[in-house]
Write a protein that binds this ligand. Structure first.
Ligand code: NI
Length: 251
């Protein structure tokens, strides 16, 4: 492994040298939204960034700044959530890609950590079929899910999951236990999970009324930094292998 090729820590001449050999870039995509009483507001962006950076280091690919302001309208009744419209996010991604393509980048790997980003990211890829674009979420990988099931079982849930809280505990901080997060949340029905995949939640007042502590079926209190470290490494390894395959196409 070499050093991490973080775009922000490179010079333009280093980027030009890189482009003479490779045209791949990884773009982490997260969110800035409530993650329950013991989950950090930046959870999704922090998870996407750490997994993308670890994978990019293994694969020696440039990793772009994390896109952290994304659509999370359903969480706007929880303070601290910052949300932009789906169309603004989609246009931002399109314009960023257009600019990078003009400079010689050609393969784009999005490492996602927020369900609501998937539909607009897929629309960008659909509208630009000639450009190799790969969109993955960190929970797409079986070695990651083996750990999630083993550590948390049904407690994993949908939002403010013990997996993502564990990763931020390993990386950043452990929030002291909050009374509203001590007990398991109300379990979700299969119908609810199906209907709300990709964060298809209702208006913000209804969402807060339905999930007053912010957790959606997730028992965040099962999180530990040790679990987080294991999940993080499994995700970084799986994503590195996946992105290496993707970037090797069409060379
Ligand atoms: Ni999240």
């Amino acid at each position: 492994m070499g050093r991490i090729l973080k775009l922000q820590l490179m010079t333009w001449t280093e980027v030009e040298d890189y482009l003479a050999l490779s045209d791949g870039i990884v773009i982490p995509v997260g969110s800035t939204e409530q993650h329950g009483p013991i989950g950090l507001i930046g959870t999704d962006a922090l998870c996407a960034e750490a997994i993308a950076e670890g994978a990019a280091e293994r694969a020696q690919v440039i990793v772009a700044p994390t896109i952290a302001l994304t659509p999370a309208p359903f969480n706007m009744h929880f303070p601290g959530t910052m949300s932009v419209s789906t169309s603004l996010f989609q246009n931002l991604v399109s314009e960023v890609l257009a600019g990078l393509k003009q400079q010689g980048f050609g393969h784009f790997y999005f490492l996602n950590a927020h369900g609501a980003n998937l539909a607009p990211l897929n629309r960008v890829a659909e509208s630009d079929k000639k450009t190799p674009i790969c969109i993955r979420s960190w929970w797409d990988f079986e070695p990651v899910n083996v750990l999630r099931r083993a550590f948390f079982g049904n407690g994993e849930g949908m939002h403010a999951t013990p997996s993502e809280v564990s990763i931020t505990q390993a990386l950043h901080r452990i929030v002291p236990m909050h009374p509203a997060a001590k007990d398991p949340p109300r379990p979700l029905t299969d119908e609810f999970i199906q209907a709300h995949s990709g964060d298809r939640h209702g208006p913000p007042d209804q969402h807060r009324a339905a999930f007053p502590d912010g957790r959606v079926g997730a028992h965040s209190a099962l999180a530990t930094p040790e679990f987080g470290q294991r999940i993080l490494e499994a995700a970084q390894t799986a994503v590195a292998a996946d992105m290496s395959r993707f970037f090797a196409q069409g060379e």
